[in-house]
Design a protein around this ligand. Sequence first.
Ligand code: AMP
Length: 214
Amino acid sequence: MHLILLGAPGVGKGTQAKKIVEKFNIPQISTGDILRKEVREETELGKKAKAIMERGELVPDDIILNMMEKRLNEPDCQKGFILDGFPRTIPQAEGLDKILQNKENVKLKVIEIFVPEEEIVRRLTSRRICSVCGRDYNLILTPPPANGKCESCGGEIIQRYDDKEETIRNRLKVYNQQTEPLIHYYSKKGNLYRVNGLNNVEDVFKEIENILDS
Ligand code: AMP
């Protein structure tokens, strides 16, 4: 199974990806998670990406495609994968098509999760993450423990540096300009499905399961 989760930041791609991992046993590949790890470890790539991510802009396509070509060729990806946060531009989608051309039995499905912009801003300003393992919390829906330590690993829970309102607005602008054209790109190919992300996590997941089983 090969799946792309498409949608603006904050629509619940990461949350749904984790549920799909559990049920279908294929890896979640989140370019945002990979980049945040590079930033934490202060690698060359991390140093280049940090300022771009802080502004809510996109890391250049060639860097992302290089990174993803390596990742998708690793053994755990051979039975399939869930892409979360990639592709984000038309050149990235074209690059992904090239990477997948060399693989057998790929039947790509693309699921767009849709949530109105004001709800996205509300969700992202209340999002918190573990600075060590990346686990997601939300001040309204899934509040972190009072001691501020992650339930999974004990790491410190923080606000992502790009989850400030001004940066969120910029990320949404970047999404509308650079990523939304992918909806047309995949609908032309006939493999795009649309899911209402305003429903609760379980109902969204049921809809996704139906699409994946079809
Ligand atoms: P995310 O966790 O998916 O919201 O990504 C956080 C940030 O990482 C984005 O705002 C971008 O700066 C960068 N990023 C993640 N994925 C990509 C991608 N596919 N292309 C370019 N930049 C990306």
